[in-house]
Write a protein that binds this ligand. Structure first.
Ligand SMILES: [Cu+2]
Length: 151
């Protein structure tokens, strides 16, 4: 009886691995994931360090969340006049054995239309979507507007 139980457990733990080919998300680790909260209904920004341990490029194409109805990949740039602007980005490549950083004044996730009031200290789950359809769920720590970049 006990052996049977164990073998079922073993089978269950092996099945997902057997069904999946190595995907882009499998090779990417996310660290320093945080959200800068802005007052009122201003959009929040999500930042994260992505590291690709794999031998081929991983391409982040989008992200989604049950907390924010709208999650967009953006890039902030500073023009020659010193004016900062943001553009939507269709994809962000993370080179093999390399990294890509979403950080203030650069790439970020633009987060809008929260399903409930978000406050500093909360954690928000955001799933990163890669070009091959694989997904990486990441927990982001919410920080106040005046928080410095913790990296
Ligand atoms: Cu933005």
């Amino acid at each position: 009886m006990k052996m049977q139980y164990l073998s079922v457990l073993l089978l269950m733990s092996l099945l997902p691995v057997a069904n999946l080919q190595a995907s882009q998300a499998d090779h990417v680790t996310a660290t320093h994931a945080w959200i800068r909260l802005l007052p009122a209904n201003l959009p929040a920004s999500g930042y994260v360090m992505l590291q690709n341990m794999g031998t081929s490029t991983a391409v982040l194409v989008s992200a989604h969340s049950t907390t924010y109805a709208s999650v967009m990949l953006h890039e902030s740039t500073t023009g020659s006049g010193g004016m900062s602007s943001m553009n939507a980005v269709g994809k962000l490549a993370i080179p093999a054995q390399g990294k890509a950083e979403l950080a203030p004044a650069g790439y970020h996730l633009m987060l809008e239309h929260a399903s409930h009031m978000i406050k500093a200290g909360d954690t928000v789950g955001i799933t990163l979507d890669f070009a091959d359809g694989s997904q990486l769920p990441v927990q982001f720590l919410v920080r106040p507007a005046n928080a410095a970049d913790p990296n």
